[in-house]
Design a protein around this ligand. Structure first.
Ligand SMILES: Cc1cc2nc3c(=O)[nH]c(=O)nc-3n(C[C@H](O)[C@H](O)[C@H](O)COP(=O)(O)OP(=O)(O)OC[C@H]3O[C@@H](n4cnc5c(N)ncnc54)[C@H](O)[C@@H]3O)c2cc1C
Length: 387
Protein backbone atom coordinates (compact mmCIF):
# COMPACT_ATOMS: atom_id res chain seq x y z
CA UNK A 1 0.00 0.00 0.00
CA UNK A 2 1.47 3.32 -1.07
CA UNK A 3 -0.66 6.36 -1.67
CA UNK A 4 1.94 8.37 -3.58
CA UNK A 5 0.03 7.92 -6.85
CA UNK A 6 0.16 11.55 -7.97
CA UNK A 7 -0.05 11.94 -11.73
CA UNK A 8 -0.41 15.73 -11.70
CA UNK A 9 2.11 16.41 -8.89
CA UNK A 10 -0.70 17.55 -6.60
CA UNK A 11 1.69 16.88 -3.71
CA UNK A 12 3.62 19.99 -4.76
CA UNK A 13 0.59 22.05 -3.78
CA UNK A 14 0.99 20.91 -0.18
CA UNK A 15 3.61 22.14 2.25
CA UNK A 16 6.21 19.82 3.79
CA UNK A 17 4.12 19.69 6.96
CA UNK A 18 1.30 17.84 5.17
CA UNK A 19 3.66 15.36 3.56
CA UNK A 20 5.09 14.61 7.01
CA UNK A 21 1.59 14.04 8.38
CA UNK A 22 0.81 11.82 5.39
CA UNK A 23 3.90 9.68 5.97
CA UNK A 24 3.22 9.37 9.70
CA UNK A 25 -0.32 8.13 9.15
CA UNK A 26 0.81 5.88 6.31
CA UNK A 27 3.41 4.24 8.57
CA UNK A 28 0.77 3.75 11.25
CA UNK A 29 -1.60 2.06 8.79
CA UNK A 30 1.17 -0.24 7.56
CA UNK A 31 2.20 -1.24 11.07
CA UNK A 32 -1.11 -1.35 12.93
CA UNK A 33 -3.87 -1.95 10.39
CA UNK A 34 -2.68 -3.85 7.34
CA UNK A 35 -1.31 -6.95 9.12
CA UNK A 36 -4.73 -7.92 10.53
CA UNK A 37 -7.42 -5.95 8.71
CA UNK A 38 -8.45 -8.72 6.32
CA UNK A 39 -8.81 -11.22 9.15
CA UNK A 40 -10.71 -8.72 11.29
CA UNK A 41 -13.10 -7.84 8.47
CA UNK A 42 -13.66 -11.51 7.56
CA UNK A 43 -14.47 -12.29 11.21
CA UNK A 44 -16.57 -9.16 11.70
CA UNK A 45 -14.30 -7.92 14.51
CA UNK A 46 -12.91 -4.48 15.19
CA UNK A 47 -9.19 -3.64 15.57
CA UNK A 48 -8.43 -3.81 19.33
CA UNK A 49 -7.92 -0.40 20.98
CA UNK A 50 -8.34 1.29 17.60
CA UNK A 51 -9.60 4.56 19.04
CA UNK A 52 -6.70 4.84 21.51
CA UNK A 53 -4.24 4.12 18.71
CA UNK A 54 -5.85 6.81 16.53
CA UNK A 55 -5.64 9.20 19.48
CA UNK A 56 -1.93 8.53 19.88
CA UNK A 57 -1.21 9.61 16.30
CA UNK A 58 -3.33 12.77 16.54
CA UNK A 59 -6.02 11.51 14.14
CA UNK A 60 -8.96 12.36 16.43
CA UNK A 61 -10.22 15.92 16.16
CA UNK A 62 -7.07 17.13 14.43
CA UNK A 63 -8.74 20.50 13.84
CA UNK A 64 -9.60 20.93 17.54
CA UNK A 65 -7.42 23.37 19.49
CA UNK A 66 -4.62 21.88 21.59
CA UNK A 67 -6.23 23.65 24.58
CA UNK A 68 -8.82 20.83 24.47
CA UNK A 69 -6.47 17.99 23.54
CA UNK A 70 -6.71 18.33 19.74
CA UNK A 71 -3.77 18.60 17.36
CA UNK A 72 -4.59 22.18 16.31
CA UNK A 73 -4.14 21.35 12.62
CA UNK A 74 -6.14 22.67 9.66
CA UNK A 75 -8.63 21.04 7.32
CA UNK A 76 -6.05 20.14 4.68
CA UNK A 77 -4.23 18.07 7.30
CA UNK A 78 -7.54 16.47 8.30
CA UNK A 79 -8.12 15.50 4.67
CA UNK A 80 -4.66 13.99 4.28
CA UNK A 81 -5.17 11.96 7.49
CA UNK A 82 -8.52 10.63 6.24
CA UNK A 83 -6.98 9.63 2.89
CA UNK A 84 -4.23 7.59 4.51
CA UNK A 85 -6.56 5.91 7.01
CA UNK A 86 -9.02 4.86 4.31
CA UNK A 87 -6.21 3.40 2.21
CA UNK A 88 -6.08 0.92 5.11
CA UNK A 89 -9.84 0.38 5.43
CA UNK A 90 -12.98 2.54 5.38
CA UNK A 91 -13.80 1.24 8.89
CA UNK A 92 -10.68 2.92 10.25
CA UNK A 93 -11.49 6.23 8.52
CA UNK A 94 -15.12 5.93 9.67
CA UNK A 95 -14.00 5.61 13.29
CA UNK A 96 -11.84 8.73 12.97
CA UNK A 97 -14.53 10.61 11.02
CA UNK A 98 -17.30 9.98 13.53
CA UNK A 99 -15.15 10.76 16.54
CA UNK A 100 -13.68 13.92 14.93
CA UNK A 101 -16.43 15.46 12.81
CA UNK A 102 -19.61 14.11 14.35
CA UNK A 103 -18.78 14.03 18.06
CA UNK A 104 -15.86 16.37 18.80
CA UNK A 105 -16.86 18.99 16.21
CA UNK A 106 -20.37 19.66 17.65
CA UNK A 107 -19.06 19.78 21.23
CA UNK A 108 -16.22 22.08 20.11
CA UNK A 109 -18.50 24.32 18.04
CA UNK A 110 -21.78 24.36 19.98
CA UNK A 111 -20.75 23.17 23.47
CA UNK A 112 -20.29 25.09 26.72
CA UNK A 113 -16.81 25.65 28.14
CA UNK A 114 -17.55 22.98 30.77
CA UNK A 115 -18.61 20.46 28.11
CA UNK A 116 -15.49 21.15 26.04
CA UNK A 117 -13.20 20.72 29.04
CA UNK A 118 -14.95 17.60 30.21
CA UNK A 119 -15.36 15.67 26.96
CA UNK A 120 -12.91 16.85 24.29
CA UNK A 121 -9.60 15.72 25.87
CA UNK A 122 -10.84 12.16 26.46
CA UNK A 123 -12.31 12.00 22.96
CA UNK A 124 -9.04 13.29 21.45
CA UNK A 125 -6.99 10.65 23.28
CA UNK A 126 -9.41 7.89 22.29
CA UNK A 127 -10.02 6.98 25.95
CA UNK A 128 -13.66 7.71 25.28
CA UNK A 129 -15.51 6.45 22.18
CA UNK A 130 -18.23 8.71 20.77
CA UNK A 131 -21.22 8.04 18.53
CA UNK A 132 -23.47 10.38 16.54
CA UNK A 133 -27.20 9.81 16.47
CA UNK A 134 -29.15 11.42 13.65
CA UNK A 135 -30.62 8.63 11.44
CA UNK A 136 -33.84 7.04 12.71
CA UNK A 137 -35.71 3.91 11.63
CA UNK A 138 -38.27 6.04 9.75
CA UNK A 139 -36.01 8.94 8.77
CA UNK A 140 -32.70 8.49 6.92
CA UNK A 141 -32.49 11.00 4.05
CA UNK A 142 -35.05 13.27 5.75
CA UNK A 143 -33.64 13.71 9.27
CA UNK A 144 -35.51 17.00 9.74
CA UNK A 145 -38.65 14.85 10.23
CA UNK A 146 -37.02 13.08 13.19
CA UNK A 147 -39.32 11.60 15.84
CA UNK A 148 -36.92 11.51 18.84
CA UNK A 149 -38.32 13.88 21.46
CA UNK A 150 -36.91 15.93 24.31
CA UNK A 151 -39.53 16.98 26.85
CA UNK A 152 -38.97 19.28 29.85
CA UNK A 153 -38.97 17.48 33.21
CA UNK A 154 -38.21 19.63 36.28
CA UNK A 155 -34.68 21.08 35.98
CA UNK A 156 -33.85 18.78 33.08
CA UNK A 157 -35.43 16.85 30.21
CA UNK A 158 -36.65 13.36 29.25
CA UNK A 159 -35.45 11.82 26.01
CA UNK A 160 -37.52 9.23 24.11
CA UNK A 161 -36.94 7.67 20.71
CA UNK A 162 -34.41 5.65 18.77
CA UNK A 163 -31.60 6.14 16.28
CA UNK A 164 -30.36 3.43 13.96
CA UNK A 165 -27.39 2.61 11.74
CA UNK A 166 -25.10 4.32 14.24
CA UNK A 167 -21.36 3.75 13.86
CA UNK A 168 -19.78 2.52 17.10
CA UNK A 169 -23.12 2.46 18.93
CA UNK A 170 -22.43 -0.90 20.65
CA UNK A 171 -19.07 0.28 22.03
CA UNK A 172 -19.70 3.99 22.61
CA UNK A 173 -19.07 5.68 25.95
CA UNK A 174 -21.07 8.74 24.94
CA UNK A 175 -23.28 9.87 22.07
CA UNK A 176 -24.19 13.24 20.60
CA UNK A 177 -27.87 12.81 19.75
CA UNK A 178 -30.21 15.12 17.86
CA UNK A 179 -33.81 15.43 19.06
CA UNK A 180 -36.73 17.85 18.77
CA UNK A 181 -37.86 19.78 21.85
CA UNK A 182 -41.45 20.77 22.66
CA UNK A 183 -41.18 23.80 20.37
CA UNK A 184 -40.03 21.60 17.50
CA UNK A 185 -36.47 22.94 17.68
CA UNK A 186 -33.63 20.51 16.93
CA UNK A 187 -31.35 20.21 19.96
CA UNK A 188 -28.05 18.39 20.46
CA UNK A 189 -27.84 16.28 23.61
CA UNK A 190 -24.88 14.43 25.13
CA UNK A 191 -25.82 10.95 26.37
CA UNK A 192 -23.49 9.00 28.63
CA UNK A 193 -23.23 5.19 28.61
CA UNK A 194 -24.41 4.92 32.22
CA UNK A 195 -27.61 6.94 31.68
CA UNK A 196 -30.59 4.88 32.86
CA UNK A 197 -32.81 3.90 29.93
CA UNK A 198 -29.99 3.94 27.33
CA UNK A 199 -29.32 0.80 25.29
CA UNK A 200 -27.33 0.10 22.10
CA UNK A 201 -28.30 -3.13 20.33
CA UNK A 202 -25.93 -4.19 17.55
CA UNK A 203 -26.77 -4.58 13.85
CA UNK A 204 -25.06 -7.83 12.91
CA UNK A 205 -24.05 -9.66 9.72
CA UNK A 206 -23.21 -6.65 7.55
CA UNK A 207 -21.42 -7.39 4.28
CA UNK A 208 -19.76 -3.97 4.43
CA UNK A 209 -17.57 -2.15 7.00
CA UNK A 210 -17.14 -5.45 8.75
CA UNK A 211 -14.30 -4.14 10.92
CA UNK A 212 -16.60 -1.47 12.34
CA UNK A 213 -19.45 -2.01 14.82
CA UNK A 214 -22.85 -0.52 13.94
CA UNK A 215 -26.01 -0.43 16.03
CA UNK A 216 -28.98 1.40 17.43
CA UNK A 217 -29.24 4.02 20.15
CA UNK A 218 -32.44 3.52 22.14
CA UNK A 219 -33.68 6.16 24.59
CA UNK A 220 -36.28 4.90 27.03
CA UNK A 221 -37.28 8.02 28.94
CA UNK A 222 -33.67 8.95 29.74
CA UNK A 223 -33.32 11.83 32.20
CA UNK A 224 -31.04 14.53 30.73
CA UNK A 225 -29.70 17.24 33.06
CA UNK A 226 -29.88 20.61 31.30
CA UNK A 227 -26.07 20.95 31.30
CA UNK A 228 -25.95 18.07 28.80
CA UNK A 229 -27.70 20.11 26.08
CA UNK A 230 -25.40 21.81 23.55
CA UNK A 231 -26.23 25.46 24.31
CA UNK A 232 -25.24 27.16 21.07
CA UNK A 233 -27.49 25.53 18.47
CA UNK A 234 -31.22 24.86 18.17
CA UNK A 235 -31.86 23.95 14.54
CA UNK A 236 -30.84 21.52 11.78
CA UNK A 237 -27.76 23.73 11.34
CA UNK A 238 -26.27 21.67 14.20
CA UNK A 239 -26.31 18.19 12.65
CA UNK A 240 -25.87 19.51 9.09
CA UNK A 241 -22.66 21.37 9.95
CA UNK A 242 -21.30 18.15 11.50
CA UNK A 243 -22.16 16.30 8.29
CA UNK A 244 -20.36 18.96 6.25
CA UNK A 245 -17.18 18.36 8.18
CA UNK A 246 -17.49 14.57 7.89
CA UNK A 247 -18.43 14.61 4.19
CA UNK A 248 -15.41 16.78 3.48
CA UNK A 249 -13.20 14.13 5.13
CA UNK A 250 -14.91 11.34 3.19
CA UNK A 251 -14.17 13.11 -0.10
CA UNK A 252 -10.49 12.71 0.79
CA UNK A 253 -10.69 9.31 2.44
CA UNK A 254 -12.09 7.43 -0.52
CA UNK A 255 -9.17 8.59 -2.69
CA UNK A 256 -6.98 6.47 -0.41
CA UNK A 257 -9.17 3.39 -0.99
CA UNK A 258 -9.22 4.04 -4.76
CA UNK A 259 -5.43 4.39 -4.94
CA UNK A 260 -4.95 1.16 -3.03
CA UNK A 261 -7.22 -0.71 -5.49
CA UNK A 262 -5.58 0.91 -8.53
CA UNK A 263 -2.06 0.04 -7.39
CA UNK A 264 -2.93 -3.58 -6.70
CA UNK A 265 -4.66 -3.87 -10.09
CA UNK A 266 -1.75 -2.23 -11.94
CA UNK A 267 0.78 -4.56 -10.36
CA UNK A 268 -1.36 -7.65 -10.90
CA UNK A 269 -1.97 -6.73 -14.54
CA UNK A 270 1.78 -6.37 -15.08
CA UNK A 271 2.51 -9.78 -13.56
CA UNK A 272 -0.40 -11.94 -14.72
CA UNK A 273 0.20 -13.52 -18.12
CA UNK A 274 -2.59 -14.80 -20.39
CA UNK A 275 -2.32 -15.69 -24.09
CA UNK A 276 1.45 -15.26 -23.75
CA UNK A 277 1.45 -11.64 -22.63
CA UNK A 278 0.92 -9.72 -19.38
CA UNK A 279 -2.74 -8.72 -19.26
CA UNK A 280 -1.52 -5.10 -18.88
CA UNK A 281 -0.49 -5.33 -22.54
CA UNK A 282 -4.09 -5.62 -23.70
CA UNK A 283 -5.91 -2.43 -24.65
CA UNK A 284 -9.06 -3.40 -22.74
CA UNK A 285 -7.08 -3.61 -19.49
CA UNK A 286 -5.09 -0.44 -20.29
CA UNK A 287 -8.36 1.40 -20.81
CA UNK A 288 -9.50 0.40 -17.35
CA UNK A 289 -6.20 1.43 -15.73
CA UNK A 290 -5.91 4.68 -17.70
CA UNK A 291 -9.45 5.70 -16.79
CA UNK A 292 -8.81 4.87 -13.14
CA UNK A 293 -5.72 7.08 -12.86
CA UNK A 294 -7.56 9.88 -14.70
CA UNK A 295 -10.49 9.76 -12.28
CA UNK A 296 -8.22 9.49 -9.22
CA UNK A 297 -6.29 12.54 -10.42
CA UNK A 298 -9.48 14.57 -10.93
CA UNK A 299 -10.65 13.60 -7.43
CA UNK A 300 -7.29 14.63 -5.93
CA UNK A 301 -7.55 18.05 -7.53
CA UNK A 302 -11.15 18.46 -6.37
CA UNK A 303 -10.32 17.59 -2.78
CA UNK A 304 -7.18 19.71 -2.72
CA UNK A 305 -9.18 22.75 -3.92
CA UNK A 306 -11.95 21.98 -1.45
CA UNK A 307 -9.31 21.86 1.30
CA UNK A 308 -8.11 25.35 0.36
CA UNK A 309 -11.69 26.65 0.43
CA UNK A 310 -12.43 24.88 3.73
CA UNK A 311 -9.34 26.38 5.36
CA UNK A 312 -10.53 29.80 4.19
CA UNK A 313 -14.00 29.03 5.58
CA UNK A 314 -15.43 29.42 2.08
CA UNK A 315 -16.37 25.82 1.20
CA UNK A 316 -20.14 25.69 0.69
CA UNK A 317 -22.22 22.65 1.73
CA UNK A 318 -23.07 22.25 -1.96
CA UNK A 319 -19.40 22.10 -2.98
CA UNK A 320 -18.80 19.52 -0.27
CA UNK A 321 -21.78 17.48 -1.54
CA UNK A 322 -20.37 17.50 -5.06
CA UNK A 323 -16.94 16.34 -3.88
CA UNK A 324 -18.35 13.62 -1.62
CA UNK A 325 -20.63 12.31 -4.34
CA UNK A 326 -18.06 12.42 -7.11
CA UNK A 327 -15.18 10.94 -5.16
CA UNK A 328 -17.10 8.08 -3.52
CA UNK A 329 -18.58 7.08 -6.87
CA UNK A 330 -15.13 7.31 -8.43
CA UNK A 331 -13.65 5.07 -5.72
CA UNK A 332 -16.41 2.51 -6.07
CA UNK A 333 -15.95 2.39 -9.84
CA UNK A 334 -12.18 2.00 -9.41
CA UNK A 335 -12.76 -0.84 -6.92
CA UNK A 336 -15.18 -2.62 -9.27
CA UNK A 337 -12.88 -2.31 -12.29
CA UNK A 338 -9.83 -3.34 -10.25
CA UNK A 339 -11.64 -6.40 -9.00
CA UNK A 340 -12.32 -7.47 -12.56
CA UNK A 341 -8.67 -7.04 -13.53
CA UNK A 342 -7.76 -9.58 -10.86
CA UNK A 343 -10.23 -12.14 -12.22
CA UNK A 344 -11.02 -14.82 -9.64
CA UNK A 345 -8.23 -13.57 -7.39
CA UNK A 346 -10.21 -10.34 -7.05
CA UNK A 347 -12.67 -11.96 -4.66
CA UNK A 348 -10.23 -13.32 -2.07
CA UNK A 349 -8.90 -11.63 1.04
CA UNK A 350 -5.28 -11.94 -0.10
CA UNK A 351 -5.99 -8.69 -1.94
CA UNK A 352 -7.76 -5.66 -0.41
CA UNK A 353 -10.00 -4.85 -3.39
CA UNK A 354 -13.18 -6.74 -2.54
CA UNK A 355 -13.01 -5.42 1.04
CA UNK A 356 -12.67 -1.83 -0.21
CA UNK A 357 -15.50 -2.39 -2.70
CA UNK A 358 -17.90 -3.71 -0.07
CA UNK A 359 -16.94 -0.91 2.33
CA UNK A 360 -17.57 1.73 -0.31
CA UNK A 361 -21.15 0.46 -0.72
CA UNK A 362 -21.77 1.89 2.77
CA UNK A 363 -19.78 5.04 2.14
CA UNK A 364 -21.89 5.84 -0.94
CA UNK A 365 -25.01 5.60 1.27
CA UNK A 366 -24.03 7.20 4.56
CA UNK A 367 -23.49 10.92 5.13
CA UNK A 368 -26.08 11.59 2.43
CA UNK A 369 -26.77 9.10 -0.35
CA UNK A 370 -25.42 9.44 -3.89
CA UNK A 371 -28.91 10.48 -5.04
CA UNK A 372 -29.43 13.00 -2.27
CA UNK A 373 -26.13 14.74 -3.05
CA UNK A 374 -27.17 15.01 -6.68
CA UNK A 375 -30.43 16.65 -5.57
CA UNK A 376 -28.39 19.13 -3.50
CA UNK A 377 -26.38 20.10 -6.60
CA UNK A 378 -29.57 20.20 -8.69
CA UNK A 379 -31.25 22.50 -6.22
CA UNK A 380 -28.19 24.73 -6.04
CA UNK A 381 -27.90 25.27 -9.79
CA UNK A 382 -31.62 25.50 -10.63
CA UNK A 383 -32.97 27.08 -7.47
CA UNK A 384 -35.67 24.37 -7.45
CA UNK A 385 -35.86 21.63 -4.82
CA UNK A 386 -36.10 18.20 -6.41
CA UNK A 387 -36.49 16.42 -3.06
C1 LIG B 1 -22.47 1.39 7.91
C2 LIG B 1 -23.31 2.62 8.17
C3 LIG B 1 -22.95 3.49 9.19
C4 LIG B 1 -23.75 4.60 9.47
N1 LIG B 1 -23.40 5.44 10.52
C5 LIG B 1 -24.26 6.43 10.89
C6 LIG B 1 -24.00 7.21 12.08
O1 LIG B 1 -22.96 7.04 12.74
N2 LIG B 1 -24.93 8.14 12.46
C7 LIG B 1 -26.07 8.35 11.75
O2 LIG B 1 -26.86 9.19 12.17
N3 LIG B 1 -26.33 7.64 10.62
C8 LIG B 1 -25.47 6.68 10.19
N4 LIG B 1 -25.74 5.93 9.06
C9 LIG B 1 -27.02 6.11 8.38
C10 LIG B 1 -26.92 6.77 7.02
O3 LIG B 1 -26.57 8.11 7.15
C11 LIG B 1 -28.26 6.56 6.31
O4 LIG B 1 -28.31 5.18 5.96
C12 LIG B 1 -28.43 7.44 5.09
O5 LIG B 1 -28.65 8.79 5.46
C13 LIG B 1 -29.61 7.00 4.19
O6 LIG B 1 -30.75 6.78 4.94
P1 LIG B 1 -31.58 5.42 4.74
O7 LIG B 1 -30.63 4.27 4.81
O8 LIG B 1 -32.70 5.45 5.70
O9 LIG B 1 -32.11 5.46 3.25
P2 LIG B 1 -33.43 6.22 2.71
O10 LIG B 1 -33.43 7.63 3.15
O11 LIG B 1 -34.61 5.37 3.05
O12 LIG B 1 -33.18 6.17 1.14
C14 LIG B 1 -33.40 4.97 0.37
C15 LIG B 1 -33.18 5.34 -1.09
O13 LIG B 1 -34.11 6.36 -1.49
C16 LIG B 1 -33.41 7.45 -2.06
N5 LIG B 1 -34.12 8.70 -1.74
C17 LIG B 1 -34.43 9.19 -0.53
N6 LIG B 1 -35.07 10.37 -0.65
C18 LIG B 1 -35.14 10.64 -1.97
C19 LIG B 1 -35.66 11.72 -2.75
N7 LIG B 1 -36.21 12.79 -2.18
N8 LIG B 1 -35.55 11.65 -4.09
C20 LIG B 1 -34.95 10.59 -4.68
N9 LIG B 1 -34.46 9.55 -4.02
C21 LIG B 1 -34.53 9.57 -2.68
C22 LIG B 1 -32.02 7.40 -1.44
O14 LIG B 1 -31.06 8.05 -2.27
C23 LIG B 1 -31.78 5.88 -1.34
O15 LIG B 1 -31.29 5.41 -2.57
C24 LIG B 1 -24.91 4.84 8.71
C25 LIG B 1 -25.24 3.98 7.66
C26 LIG B 1 -24.45 2.89 7.38
C27 LIG B 1 -24.81 1.98 6.24
Amino acid sequence: MNTTVDYFNVGELFGEEYLLIRDTIRDFVRAEILPTIDQKAQRHEEIPDLMKKLGQIGALGPFVSSAYGGAGLDYMAYGVIMQELEAGDSAIRSAASVQSSLVMYPIYTFGSEEQKNKYLPMLASGDCIGAFGLTEPNHGSDPSNMETRLVKDGEGYRLNGAKTWITNAPICDLAVVWAKDEEGKVRGVIIERTDVGFSTPEIKDKWSLRASRTGELVFDSIYIPSERLLPDVSSMRGPLSCLNSARYGISWGVIGAAIDCYQVALQYASERTQFGKPIAAYQLQQKKLAEMITEITKAQLLSWRLGVLKNENRATPQQISMAKRNNVHMALQVARESRQILGAMGIVGDYPIMRHMMNLESVITYEGTHDVHLLITGQDITGISGF
